[in-house]
Design a protein. Structure first.
Length: 217
């Protein structure tokens, strides 16, 4: 299973592909109009309509994938929660990790839990954002500490360590490896290098559309 940053990167690449190509076509059509002079033919209009339809299709697909990804994450969290509820002693065998709260998601209506994003210090992957279920009430302060138990077969989810003392949770915030983390390290953004190359198809679509419209004059 993929980590949360890996899931975010894969999703962003697909979204950029779905959005950059139609936007490139529309910008290419406008460029062709500007460079082509005062004569207005049907080809630029057709290109704009095609680009708009592709863009609208990309928006629909993006919304569907967003809901699907959220549903998959909640199913993974539910599986971990059920395992702990069914066999509480099993978490003693799971890797323990210090963590700080990165972001708490809004509480859903009538939900019995709240999803939070913690950044944990893992032995194998260094600092890694993981999803955790917490109580549906008021969330802990941002950057507050917690002692987690990492799911052994799923690097994207974890549970609050109920075996740890309150002092252990409070002490987690003092872990030096969790200090001064960037937004990308906290799972709130992605480095430019992970998404900038995926704008290339849109740039290519822009130039090809503009060149084709100029050739059709």
């Amino acid at each position: 299973m993929r980590t949360i940053p890996e899931q975010q990167a894969a999703f962003l690449r697909l979204v950029l592909l779905l959005q950059s190509v139609p936007l490139g076509i529309m910008l290419g059509a406008l460029t062709g109009l500007l460079l082509g002079g005062p004569v207005l033919g049907p080809a630029p209009i057709v290109a704009l309509v095609v680009g708009w339809l592709l863009w609208f299709f990309g928006i629909v697909v993006t919304l569907v994938l967003t809901a699907r990804n959220e549903g998959q994450l909640q199913r993974r969290l539910a599986a971990v929660t059920e395992t702990v509820g069914r066999e509480p002693a099993t978490i003693a065998q799971w890797p323990a990790a210090n963590a700080i709260l990165s972001r708490a998601m809004p509480t859903r209506k009538r939900a019995t839990f709240r999803t939070a994003l913690y950044v944990a210090r893992t032995a194998e992957r260094g600092t890694l954002p993981v999803a955790v279920r917490i109580a549906p009430g008021e969330a802990p302060p941002q950057f507050s500490g917690a002692r987690l138990r990492l799911a052994p077969h799923d690097p994207a989810v974890a549970v609050i360590d109920v075996l740890a003392a309150p002092a252990e949770h409070a002490a987690a915030v003092g872990d030096p490896t969790l200090a001064g983390l960037s937004r990308s390290q906290r799972g709130l953004s992605l480095p430019v290098r992970s998404w900038l190359p995926w704008l290339t198809p849109g740039v290519i679509a822009l130039f090809l559309t503009a060149a084709l419209l100029l050739l059709l004059r």
